[in-house]
Design a protein around this ligand. Structure first.
Ligand SMILES: [Zn+2]
Length: 141
């Protein structure tokens, strides 16, 4: 199997070390109660995704930045599409922003963790061929 690029690995939510195992199980948008779950270990190379206790709290800050960007984009789009920015339309804007946050929250949950793992974790990089031989699993820290 040809290796995929880092950007492809980010878009497909693949492991940052082997770029083959999935970080999540379950679909991004589903009505199941299980929803999307972050795998504890990479199913291909056995990398432990939660690098240390509380590791994914940092993803919360990334998610916050993504939320702000999405809310600004939604506000500008609403204005450009013709809803005047006057006091009478305040609750329309609030509703649109809340709807945007609600719709984007599964996306933000998933990609904030992927961004954290791929770009903001020092010492975690792509190792070609890692996990190809299960007998040589690299032990996770
Ligand atoms: Zn992996």
């Amino acid at each position: 199997m040809a290796p995929i690029t880092k950007l492809e690995a980010v878009i497909q939510c693949k492991c940052p070390r082997c770029r083959q195992g999935n970080i999540f199980s379950g679909k991004m948008y589903s009505f199941s109660f299980k929803g999307q779950i972050t795998n504890e270990y990479c199913p291909h190379c056995n990398l432990r995704f939660e690098r240390e206790p509380g590791f994914f709290y940092v993803a919360m800050f990334i998610s916050y930045a993504m939320n702000v960007a999405e809310m600004i984009s939604a506000s500008v789009a609403t204005y450009v599409l013709g809803l005047p920015l006057v006091y009478d339309n305040l609750w329309y804007y609030v509703g649109i922003l809340l709807l945007t946050v609600f719709i984007c929250s599964p996306f933000n949950y998933r990609y904030s963790r992927v961004i954290l793992l791929h770009w903001l974790t020092p010492g975690l990089g792509y190792i070609p061929g890692s996990g190809d031989d299960p007998a040589n699993f690299i032990k996770s820290a």
